[in-house]
Design a protein around this ligand. Structure first.
Ligand code: ADP
Length: 485
């Protein structure tokens, strides 16, 4: 790792508690490997409950001074942090690709997308105005204002090791909260590099703390500690539900961004080339390991054959390899277990009658590489219809009518992202109402932005990230009643 970084001090291998870089109390460590070749990149501290408690105490101690700053002052730190990210883009992208596997160009895109949350929330926090409400009784006046909730915690997954952090940290800090961060154990170095830049731009000690280590111990302390007033989690539905149960006794506010099972609807009237471009971007980004990836391609009968033909050719043209190689379109999966799981889904589909039109097997490169795959004849009883694939497998089924498409699309317990390719405006409006999803992308799939609310319904979670709503997730409304006027 070190050899390819211009600024070697970005490769932090310790945790940040109260402004100090530190090891686990017992000096134990976890190994971090490169998914492209399984070589060890380094280690990080294996912290547990005791270190987490100290980080929460540090965040509590730092809270009064941080909240007392004006929004403009807090925003200035966030802007400096954004600039530091931009100044170190190349190194940050290499760290991200090395630990996660995605192609370097995607890594850069992720980092810049993440950075965009800092200026947005730096501005947005200046506009959090309260209300002076019309009086409900003579001689009284009601007023409200929004206050930071206190110490926040962020628990993030491995598939977007960088951008998930600004999404949570920028609104938390902008609101006046301090934060304790637990990145995924497989991809901790992006988070630690981001924290290093935060320290460099002078964010006061205790305002940001980053812990690596045993998920259940760190998560357990975050959940049980009454000083933590808000938890923002991105990860699997299973762990999200467990975390919500763990947080219930201390009644924390929660944002949960969980799994998805995105339908991708293509209607006969769609622009075929645009639909194919979108399908590729939406399915194979990060080797299909994103929660908003198209999971089920539902294609109307009149365009189905042409769509499948076009998709087959494009999938076969994808170049698989190490993310550091500029020629690579798609990197490896995160680990051997992921390859095993994805292969199991493909085999399940095959035994239930699906046809393999491209890929469908472990890649000749070996290790964690899997072939970009296209499956025709998707059916409801297949596992790939029912749950998140989280891999480079596109599965297609035909439909006849709009009603049938909607019924198929909604036939899942998830409700994060959905996509529609059509040129019919009235249909677009009908589908916006009919699709039970937090987000609907019509002829576009780049849903995540600082300006717009990202989040799901049903088992895809609670709360929204980005937009003005993303800031209020870290604030609570205080009401003042003035009597005797
Ligand atoms: P993924 O499979 O995408 O990594 P997970 O839900 O397993 O999704 O993990 C998301 C994040 O939640 C990771 O940082 C992981 O370490 C953390 N995590 C896993 N188990 C727990 C738990 N019991 N409590 C809190 N966090 C957890």
């Amino acid at each position: 790792m070190l050899a390819i970084l211009k600024d070697k001090s970005l490769f932090r291998r310790q945790c940040l508690i109260n402004g100090q870089w530190c090891d686990a109390d017992d000096k134990s460590v976890l190994a971090v490997t490169n998914p492209a070749n399984e070589k060890q990149l380094g280690t990080v501290p294996k912290c547990g409950a005791a270190e987490t408690r100290r980080a929460i105490e540090a965040a509590s101690a730092a809270f009064p001074a941080w909240r007392a700053l004006t929004p403009l002052q807090r925003g200035a730190y966030l802007r400096d942090w954004e600039q530091a990210i931009r100044d170190n883009l190349e190194d940050l992208a290499k760290i991200l690709t090395l630990e996660e596997g995605k192609p370097l160009a995607e890594a850069k895109g992720e980092i810049l997308q993440g950075a965009s949350y800092f200026p947005w929330f730096a501005e947005e926090c200046r506009r959090v105005c309260g209300d002076v409400t019309p009086s409900f009784r003579p001689g009284t006046q009601g007023l409200t204002r929004h206050e930071p909730v206190g110490v926040a915690a962020a628990i993030t997954p491995w598939n977007f090791p960088f951008s998930m952090l600004p999404r949570k940290t920028a609104p938390a800090l902008a609101a006046g909260c301090t934060i304790v961060i637990k990145p995924a154990g497989r991809t901790p170095y992006s988070a630690l590099a981001l924290a290093e830049l935060g320290v460099r731009v002078g964010i006061p000690a205790g305002v940001i703390n980053v812990l690596t280590g045993t998920a259940s111990e760190i998560g357990g302390e975050i959940a049980a500690n009454p000083a933590v007033r808000k938890v923002s989690f991105t990860g699997s539905t299973e762990v999200g539900k467990q975390l919500a149960a763990d947080c219930a006794p201390t009644l924390k506010r929660m944002s949960l961004e969980l799994g998805g099972n995105a339908p991708f609807l293509v209607f006969d009237d769609a622009d075929l080339k645009a639909a194919l471009d979108l399908a590729m971007a939406c399915k194979f980004r990060n080797a299909g390991q994103t929660c908003i990836c198209a999971n089920r391609f539902l294609v109307q009968e009149g365009i189905h054959e042409r769509f499948v033909e076009g998709l087959t050719a494009r999938i076969k043209a994808l170049r698989v390899g190490d993310g550091l190689d500029p020629a690579t379109d798609m990197g490896p999966l995160i680990n051997a277990r992921a390859v095993e799981r994805v292969d199991g889904l493909v085999r399940d589909a095959e035994t239930r009658g699906a046809r393999l039109l491209a890929g469908g097997h472990r890649h000749a490169l070996g290790g964690n590489f899997y072939e970009p795959t296209l499956i025709a004849g998707l059916k409801r009883d297949m596992q790939i219809f029912q749950g998140e694939i989280f891999g480079p497998v596109a599965a297609v089924m035909p439909f006849a009518s709009e009603e049938e498409a909607v019924a198929l699309a909604n036939d899942t317990s998830y409700g994060l992202a959905s996509y529609v390719c059509t040129r019919d405006l009235a249909r677009t409006w009908r589908l916006f109402g009919a699709l039970q999803y937090g987000m609907v992308g019509v002829n576009d799939a780049t849903l995540a932005s600082a300006e717009t609310p990202f989040g799901g319904v049903k088992y895809s979670g609670l709360g929204r990230e980005g937009s003005s709503e993303g800031l209020l997730e870290y604030m609570e409304t205080h009401y003042l009643l003035l009597g005797g006027l």
